[in-house]
Write a protein that binds this ligand. Structure first.
Ligand SMILES: Cc1cc2nc3c(=O)[nH]c(=O)nc-3n(C[C@H](O)[C@H](O)[C@H](O)COP(=O)(O)OP(=O)(O)OC[C@H]3O[C@@H](n4cnc5c(N)ncnc54)[C@H](O)[C@@H]3O)c2cc1C
Length: 378
């Protein structure tokens, strides 16, 4: 049996970003069931960072994470970890209330937003159907950033290894049990004994807890779909912003490597699984793009689906399970797990080692009781 201090279950963005921080202070082994890092949610996202999603706690985490994306630690990555790309939130007359509410929420965290009218919107995204029957107003946030999930995951994994930790793929936890003051984690290849087990299993985090005899958080994975299609020949989309309907229903669209990616913002409850795109959601994505723009989607060149896993209050969770000493939750990253990862890793480090709450989080209104699992069992 191999001895270590901390076993992190799950090699997605949550597990790897936290493991980098843990690894500075303890021996860490990250185990990932798949043969590649980021095979599930972390490799299937739209990789965008913006203030138009989540509640005040999530926005606070996003704000606290931005410095990491803009100026990562030295030697963390070669080249840029993220690129500046504005976000444009759009509304029809019926959605103006949603747009105003969003403006108020976002203004608490950034002073980079301006209202834009039909003519300005057409300058920015010429294909938008503006006018009395279409999109009447927009909100442009110039602080948006396009992330690179693969670069981020590989950089975190490298940093874990550079700190003396291990990241092992093809190593699913098949049993997790308590043995005195230690946790035993069995994979097909070995048994690990650790003082602390960190559950960063994404959509599977509740299943891992149940297997370990720990009360689950009540996590709900939700499927979301993305399609990719070619813009009309001759149309330069490179500078288009991330464009999203205000509110929960509609679509978003963003340029990516010469193609346009779009999502119908589907929110379909599902079991933890290797999510696949359904024909209906693919068609809905195309329809919503065509409804709001003059684009014709034509052939869908690429499509995928992934899971966004939520707690009941939709706030990511970090902290020790109240019912199981040494069992640490790092789950429920929802639709913002990439853009909040640096802040969540900071929160996880403070809560796991019993440090004072980080000033970088407090400064943006993020408090420990908002992220600790205890709130979900009250
Ligand atoms: C379509 C879509 C668009 C999104 N867009 C954005 C966006 O623009 N910006 C943003 O910030 N977020 C976005 N997200 C959300 C983001 O992708 C997630 O919040 C984030 O990836 C969750 O990370 P995770 O590490 O918790 O989960 P995962 O990446 O799923 O990692 C969990 C890992 O645990 C492993 N695992 C499970 N069980 C075991 C076990 N027993 N043993 C070992 N390993 C195990 C899994 O194989 C998996 O690799 C999007 C998500 C989707 C689906």
């Amino acid at each position: 049996m191999r001895q270590t201090d901390i076993v992190v279950i799950g090699g997605g963005i949550a597990g790897l970003s936290a493991a980098m921080r843990f690894g500075k202070r303890a021996r860490v082994v990250v185990i990932e069931r798949e043969s590649a890092l980021g095979y599930h949610s972390s490799g299937r996202s739209a990789t965008f960072c913006h203030y138009g999603i989540g509640d005040a706690t999530v926005r606070g985490m996003t704000a606290a994470s931005r410095p990491f994306f803009e100026a990562p630690p030295e030697r963390f990555v070669e080249g840029a970890l993220s690129l500046a790309k504005p976000a444009l939130f759009i509304a029809t007359a019926e959605l103006l209330g949603e747009l105003r509410a969003l403006e108020g929420e976002m203004a608490r965290f950034t002073d980079t937003i301006t209202r834009v009218g039909p003519a300005e919107m057409r300058d920015i995204v010429p294909v938008l159907k503006t006018g009395a029957d279409g999109i009447v107003e927009g909100l442009l946030d110039t602080s948006g950033r396009k992330l690179d999930s693969d670069l981020l995951l590989q950089a975190y994994a490298r940093a874990v290894r550079a700190g003396g930790g291990e990241v092992v793929t093809d190593a699913g936890a098949i049993a997790v049990r308590r043995d005195g003051a230690r946790w035993i984690v069995e994979t097909a290849g070995e048994s690990l004994s650790a003082g602390i087990v960190v559950n960063a299993g994404g959509a599977w985090a509740d299943a891992i807890a149940i297997d370990a005899g720990v009360r689950p958080l009540g996590l709900q994975p939700m499927r979301r779909t993305i399609i990719g299609f070619d813009p009309p020949p001759g149309l330069d989309i490179a500078a288009w912003p991330f464009t999203k309907t205000a509110g929960d229903e509609g679509f978003y669209m963003l340029p990516d490597a010469g193609r346009l990616l779009a999502s119908p913002m589907d929110v379909t409850p599902t079991e933890p699984t290797d999510a696949q795109p359904e024909d209906y959601d693919v068609a809905l994505a195309a329809w919503r793009v065509e409804e709001a723009t003059t684009l014709e989607v034509g052939r869908v060149k690429t499509k995928w689906a992934g899971l966004r896993t939520f707690t009941a209050d939709k706030v990511p969770t970090a902290g020790f399970a109240p019912d199981a000493p040494g069992f640490f939750w790092l789950a429920g990253q929802g639709g913002y797990g990439l853009q909040t990862a640096p802040a969540m890793a900071l929160a996880a480090e403070a809560l796991l080692f019993g440090d004072a709450w980080p000033e970088q989080l407090a400064a943006f209104g993020v408090r420990p009781e908002q992220v600790m699992p205890d709130r979900l069992f009250a």
